[in-house]
Design a protein around this ligand. Structure first.
Ligand code: CUA
Length: 159
């Protein structure tokens, strides 16, 4: 088989790029302990409602001014359903599901995570713009999926 010189060069470049990309993924996974978003914290979904970490869902302000929101995503609501946080402060969301996979998306912001039974999903973000934001479940979770929504109220700093 006769392969043209330029074709050989391009085949070589293509193989080299694939090796580079696969290598980059491997390097990232090993060197930076890369894993899917959030952290790996497990919980028994059967006892999630009474687990000390989730027995009292709601908003708490830490001494340093940062805010923690603990919530449950369940068929077919978020608990609590209305969340009030201050603008301009880091807000850490911690949530889990006692039943099936749900989504937690704060529309118009970068707040978005899957909520998987057996795991605690966590992310931290800052809301710059005060206002009302819609929270939706973006993973199909059953017949009431499209009713599963909540509200985030971001209050102006200092109020
Ligand atoms: Cu919960 Cu869809």
């Amino acid at each position: 088989m006769n392969v043209d010189l330029y074709e050989k060069i391009w085949i070589g470049i293509a193989i080299g790029l694939i090796a580079l990309f696969v290598g980059a993924i491997g390097y990232g996974a090993v060197a930076f302990a890369g894993h899917p978003p959030s952290h790996v914290e497990t919980i028994d979904p059967k006892t999630a409602r009474t687990d000390a970490r989730f027995a009292q869902p709601g908003v708490t302000v830490r001494p340093d001014g940062s805010v923690q929101v603990v919530l449950l995503a369940q068929m077919f609501s978020f608990l609590p359903n209305e969340i009030r946080v201050p603008a301009g402060k880091p807000v850490t969301f911690r949530m889990t599901s006692p039943d099936v996979v749900h989504g937690f998306q704060i529309v118009g912001t970068n707040g978005n995570t899957m909520v998987i039974p057996g795991y605690v999903s966590q992310f931290t973000t800052v809301f710059r713009e005060p206002g009302e934001y819609l929270i939706v479940c973006n993973e199909y979770c059953g017949l009431g999926h499209h009713y599963m929504q909540g509200k985030l109220i971001v209050t102006a700093e200092g109020t």
